[in-house]
Design a binder for this molecule. Structure first.
Ligand SMILES: Nc1ncnc2c1ncn2[C@@H]1O[C@H](COP(=O)(O)OP(=O)(O)OP(=O)(O)O)[C@@H](O)[C@H]1O
Length: 707
């Protein structure tokens, strides 16, 4: 049954284009069919002649097939990027519509070549950027420090992003050292602090805005110097970034050294004359099912660019409750095509690239390059509306056994294959959709499909500006002489339609008939022996063989898919284990750090308590010593008598008084004796009186009886 030419229904999630790359050696297994349409839409793949599994010939349909000789510009125009950009810019007075452009293919099939270009040819990304800047031209807001639109653009962002002007961003990475302080990683907690520093810089620099373009020139000069010193490796003809990828040089090429062709000056898009535009760029990668910012500057600033990268979340935010966004990205407001190119090269440099056996510069992650086009009324300066052109360079699918990979890279390959398998399932659903199936596209199975598909469906929330689902274009790249298994698998996933042709069974009938002949009258299962009966039986047998072969073929396909799924599951299990180990280590480190800081805090508390205690004891002791000293001093004062020589006159007087005292005492005694005598005999009395007379020295005259 002939396959219908692939329709382009508006309900289709993706338009799928196939681009074939020129290949050097090997047997060609892929044939492009000459169709009735103006351009080819169908291809056929034939298994290699030595294929032991005797697989079927398969036929695939795409929106359009571009053959080896197709140039970059032809592709750019042919796959509908221009209407997509027009949609992103939005019709006058209307919001824009999101666009998604992705490349899918086996490793080395030309995805990066197509999307990012080569050293001499621009890719779809550069051409799309050029068209955007060229179209918005004079209506683009300025992007230097203090530009009036900066604050409103930062306020309009719903994704908790860290927004910088290209001037500040590039200056911090490539300009003078002092300016480094103006930029920091988006996902570190310090980023907020840096952000406020930047904003402070922004406000304080407002008056000097017109001069602030200088740092970019400085940056450009330093880049120019860096490039002229280093030079570009000549080994492979691919993006300047990619050639640098292996060596991790932290210099990016100067814009003028980047390819200028193909030119897009002939492309003129209608623009909303009443609107002003801003172009904001962000970049991230999905690596091992986790999202990492690519504009942290770590590739250019840090010696260990991959150390402690923090994954970002794809989630609803406070300002975007009904639509998931990658939260916390670094976003750069670009004022010119050159600035955008430098930001792109900076992000590409940061993207993880690891060499594998399949392709020395193979992309190990899915790279996302997002160009947000913001638009508002030029006069009224109302709110900004926003639509995004997302360009995705998907990691190459590969078979682990083909890629001479090991350890971490093998786990990466598993994760890549797994995410591509989910992508394949979603794309398969899309072709089933077209065939009338009402199955839901299972896009929530991994980060990649979530990021690619979640904006592909109309929003149920009427308050959101995103009524239109995004327009998506997929470019599938293939090498017609490359790996048959890997390529056929990708084609099966991505084609808009597929038809399996059972290989023709060699006509054994006639040979059999000739060999056996009627005379041998070989009996058949039905017992009929006429030649026509035998031919009929043989035809029936052949039909049965064909049916069984087709079945076997289907089972073989299922087996291949199941094996891939099992391998992907195993790889994902290993990656999960690794992740768990990392997480455990991280938690241990965090706990240890917490514990250490708690112990240190406790130690400080105890030390200060001990110090206080010692202080108060010392004070107490001091006061006691004071008391003792005072008491001792007092005591000593009491005990020590000062003997002074008495006044000689006074001493004489004292002596005199003592003598008088003695005299008086003697008189007193005498009087007493006299009193006693009066009461005794007259002889005794006489004796006393006589004695007395002689004892009184004072009177000078004796007291005698005659007195
Ligand atoms: N259409 C083409 N014309 C000329 N050369 C091409 C074309 N497509 C690819 N190549 C060349 O093939 C090589 C591999 O291509 P590329 O790096 O783009 O592959 P890839 O699919 O991006 O691989 P990976 O997935 O590993 O990143 C490059 O040297 C590239 O220049």
């Amino acid at each position: 049954m002939p396959m219908e030419p692939p329709p382009r229904p508006s309900s289709s999630l993706f338009d799928v284009y196939l681009r074939l790359r020129p290949s050097k050696a090997g047997d060609r297994f892929l044939t492009v069919e000459d169709g009735e349409a103006s351009h080819p839409t169908h291809i056929t793949i034939k298994p290699p002649t030595d294929d032991k599994r005797k697989r079927a010939v398969e036929r695939f349909a795409f929106t359009q097939v571009f053959e080896e000789e197709a140039r970059q510009k032809e592709l750019f125009k042919g796959i509908g990027v221009i209407p997509m950009i027009e949609g992103v810019l939005g019709a006058p007075g209307h919001h824009g519509r999101d666009g998604l452009l992705a490349t899918l293919g086996v490793t080395g099939s030309g995805k990066s070549h197509t999307i990012l270009g080569t050293k001499s040819q621009r890719g779809l990304t550069q051409m799309a950027l050029d068209v955007l800047f060229q179209s918005t031209g004079e209506q683009l807001v300025q992007s230097f420090y203090g530009a009036p639109a900066f604050t409103s653009l930062a306020a309009a962002d719903v994704s908790e992003a860290h927004i910088f002007t290209a001037t500040a961003f590039l200056d911090s990475l490539y300009g003078d050292n002092q300016s480094e302080a103006r930029f920091s990683r988006a996902q570190t907690p310090m980023a907020d602090a840096w952000h406020s520093i930047l904003q402070a810089t922004f406000s304080t620099r407002a008056s000097a805005a017109i001069h602030s373009i200088r740092p970019v020139n400085g940056a450009l000069q330093s880049i120019t110097r860096g490039v002229s010193n280093t030079g570009l490796p000549e080994k492979k003809d691919c993006s300047s970034f990619i050639t640098n990828g292996g060596s991790r040089s932290n210099k990016i090429p100067r814009p003028s050294a980047l390819p200028q062709s193909p030119s897009v000056h002939d492309i003129d898009l209608p623009i909303d004359e009443t609107a002003e535009y801003a172009i904001v760029i962000s970049m991230y990668e999905v690596y091992n099912d986790r999202i990492f910012d690519l504009l942290t500057g770590s590739a250019t600033k840090s010696k260990h660019p991959n150390l402690k990268r923090r994954a970002l979340l794809f989630k609803s935010t406070e300002q975007s409750p009904d639509r998931k966004v990658v939260a916390g990205l670094t976003k750069i407001i670009c004022g010119s095509f050159e600035e955008a190119l430098m930001v792109l090269e900076t992000g590409l440099m940061e993207r993880k690239v690891a060499g594998t056996g399949s392709n020395a510069v193979s992309s190990r992650s899915h790279g996302f390059f997002c160009v947000e086009v913001k638009k508002r009324d030029m006069q009224r300066k109302g709110p900004w509306s926003s639509s995004t052109l997302t360009i995705v360079d998907l990691a190459g699918s590969e078979r682990a056994r083909n890629a001479k990979t090991a350890g971490e890279t093998l786990a990466e390959a598993g994760k890549i294959n797994e995410s591509l398998m989910y992508l394949g399932q979603c794309m398969q659903m899309q072709s089933d959709h077209q065939a009338g199936s009402r199955n839901v596209v299972p896009f929530r199975q991994c980060k990649l499909t979530e990021l690619l598909f979640s904006n592909s469906f109309p929003s149920s929330n009427r308050t959101t500006h995103h009524h239109h689902p995004q327009k998506s274009i997929m470019v599938v790249t293939a090498d017609p002489k490359g790996d048959f298994n890997a390529t056929s698998q990708i084609l099966r996933y991505s084609a808009l339609a597929r038809e399996v042709t059972v290989p023709r069974i060699p006509s054994t009938t006639s040979t059999h008939i000739l060999a056996t002949g009627p005379s041998k009258s070989t009996g058949t299962s039905s017992g009929r022996t006429t030649p026509s009966a035998i031919v009929e039986e043989m035809d029936a047998a052949n039909a049965e063989i064909a049916r069984l072969t087709a079945e076997v073929e289907i089972f073989a396909l299922r087996l291949v898919e199941e094996t891939a799924r099992r391998k992907a599951a195993e790889a994902s299990w290993r990656a999960a284990e690794d992740y768990m180990q990392d997480l455990e280590q991280e938690i241990r480190d965090e706990c240890f750090a917490d514990m250490e800081s708690a112990v240190a805090a406790e130690r400080r508390r105890w030390q200060s308590a001990l110090d206080n205690e010692q202080d108060s004891q010392a004070q107490h002791l001091d006061s006691k010593i004071d008391v003792v000293i005072k008491a001792t001093k007092a005591q000593m004062r009491d005990e020590i008598k000062v003997y002074e020589d008495p006044d000689p006159a006074l001493r004489d007087r004292v002596d005199e008084l003592e003598r008088v005292n003695e005299v008086l005492m003697a008189r007193l005694e005498a009087k007493e004796r006299e009193g006693q005598l009066r009461s005794s005999s007259p002889v005794k009395k006489m004796r006393v009186l006589k004695a007395k007379k002689w004892e009184d020295p004072e009177s000078g005259m004796g007291i005698g009886l005659e007195d």
